[in-house]
Design a protein around this ligand. Sequence first.
Ligand code: DX5
Ligand code: ZN
Length: 226
Amino acid sequence: MKYRIAPSLLSADFARLGEEVRNVIAAGADIIHFDVMDNHYVPNLTVGPLVCQAIKPYATVPIDVHLMVQPVDALVGEFAKAGATYISFHPEASRHVDRTIALIRECGCKPGLALNPATPLDCLDWALEQIDLVLLMSVNPGFGGQAFIPHTLDKLRQARARIDAAQQRTGREILLEVDGGVKADNIAAIAKAGADTFVAGSAVFSGGDYVKTIGALRSQLSGKSF
Ligand code: DX5
Ligand code: ZN
């Protein structure tokens, strides 16, 4: 299993974003997680495509845009132009989920579905084979620094089984990403439950020494076969 660490810029220093991106990549980040909040779908307001475009020259790894916005479609093309690799959205925020997935693909990006803690996995039934990423929220979206919701572990196990079956059918890779409250003291249990990609905001950025904070997460994963 290849594990990927995806620092969330939500906890970075917004006055020095380019430098923050460069530093976390130098410290071992595999993906940059970019949280977009609109003060409508979630009660917080962050950044848009202009900021994504501004950090793009620093991002030598994929940018994983997590759209917490409603409506979704108008922003898809903007983020594709701004350099997104993955674009994930919440199915509740789009009237036509299959159309939004197709739009992300047409724009040259990899589509993902983001599932809130109370959103059932059934919403993957007719979408899983069209997407490249399942983003399971382990907190309610809107803020960094919240505690990991324990029932996410059961949900991860069930999502893993669905993804393994879909990958066998299609031969295509689908990432299983967990987002919210990931720390060095729970990442091993989260990996054991089936996640392969780990968003970490406060765990990476609140420490200051990113080699140390990313290293602490990765050391919990290395050498383990779950
Ligand atoms: C929450 C965001 C997360 C957040 C995670 O709505 O989607 O990506 O930044 O932050 P931590 O790792 O601090 O829970
Ligand atoms: Zn996120």
